[in-house]
Write a protein that binds this ligand. Structure first.
Ligand code: TXA
Ligand code: MG
Length: 317
């Protein structure tokens, strides 16, 4: 099992010896290693069982540090960085040759994020390299939002998890990039698109693609529990499945008919709903229910990103 410890100097020691750690961030926990070394990045792909076509996000502590690894920082990127970093936003930038091909799956852009989590930020400040960190789950499975989730899933494959309490946002970062003069959203996430549009005007949101995606976080089936999950009208789904032990994930209402009934937010608060999403899905997946049924939340604010995750958790391919 991995050592779980909140000491950032211990974390640095392990990272400096080219090993991987579990990294707390405000979105989800990451599986982190030196993003400038191909052999370390290669371990990340291996531990996660992640296909090499799915590039990693680099984490840094300042725009100045990031500028060392990219060809240019467009004006719009600077505006977004100033407003939302540190925070749940990832920005795609043209990379230079200090970054190994493997980190970016050979693409000409690199994804960067400055996380807001205090532990992650203080660790990044004492390192002299950015950390490559995908979510710390086996590829395709539910993302972890606390250190125990990481221990359960990857504890036998990594030496250390930096303890940092629960992820406050609960879903992965929003990913933006620039195509010609246009700002494009590649993945909905913890920063609302409305917030971005308030600042820089209308942006384009890419639809999902299931093969050779530009951002594989957009694969149709992803973030999925091992049990079957169906998405729809909960009352109808209860009627259609009278003989099964049901696990229900609803937006705000409890259901007595269920073996286990969890609500994302009784007070209909989208931030609370996002924070609970992955941990509730995990509880249902680990319970003795036969089938998980869930409903979409209102498609406003973070609700869009929550629905995106629910939809992909429900697709089996
Ligand atoms: O909140 C987050 O973003 C978390 C925490 C740990 O920071 N990380 C995360 O990483 O969600 P991951 O690996 O689960 O998702 C990374 C997504 C992938 O879908 C990947 O395709 C996209 O970012 N991405 C990374 N680099 C890219 C690039 N150069 N071009 C297009 N998409 C890229
Ligand atoms: Mg992930």
């Amino acid at each position: 099992m991995a050592e779980i410890n909140s000491d950032i100097n211990r974390a640095k020691e392990i990272l400096d010896s080219d090993q991987l750690i579990g990294l707390p961030t405000e979105t989800v926990y990451g599986l982190a290693g030196n993003g400038l070394k191909a052999e370390v990045v290669s371990k990340i792909f291996e531990v996660k069982n992640r296909p090499h076509f799915d590039p990693l996000i680099l984490h840094s502590h300042s725009l100045e540090a990031i500028s060392e690894y990219v060809k240019e920082i467009p004006e719009t990127a600077k505006i977004l960085a100033k407003a939302f970093w540190p925070g749940p936003l990832t920005i795609l930038l043209k990379r230079n040759n200090k970054i190994p091909d493997l980190t970016c799956s050979g693409l000409d852009r690199v994804a960067f994020r400055i996380p807001k989590h205090p532990k992650a930020l203080s660790l990044l400040k004492i390192l002299d390299y950015p950390l490559a960190a995908p979510s710390a789950n086996p590829f395709g499975y539910i993302s972890p939002t606390n250190s125990q989730h990481v221990q359960q899933q990857l504890g036998n494959k990594i030496p250390f998890i930096l303890e940092g309490e629960i992820s406050e946002v609960g879903i992965e970062s929003t990913i933006v990039g620039f195509e010609n003069e246009e700002t494009v959203i590649y993945r909905l996430g913890g920063l609302e698109v409305d917030e971005i549009e308030k600042l820089i005007g209308k942006v384009k949101t890419l639809p999902h693609s299931s093969s050779k995606p530009d951002a594989p976080g957009m694969l149709k089936s992803h973030y999925a529990p091992r049990k079957n999950i169906v998405l729809g009208n909960i009352e109808q789904l209860i009627d259609q499945n009278p003989t099964l032990k049901l696990g229900i994930l609803s937006f705000c209402k409890h259901y007595k008919e269920a073996e286990m009934s969890l609500t994302l937010s009784e007070s209909k608060d989208m931030h609370e709903a996002a924070k609970n999403l992955f941990s509730h899905l995990r509880k249902l997946d680990e319970s003795n229910v036969d089938l998980i049924i869930a409903e979409k939340v209102p498609s406003e604010g973070l609700g869009k990103a929550i629905n995106d995750r629910l939809q992909r958790a429900a697709v089996k391919e």
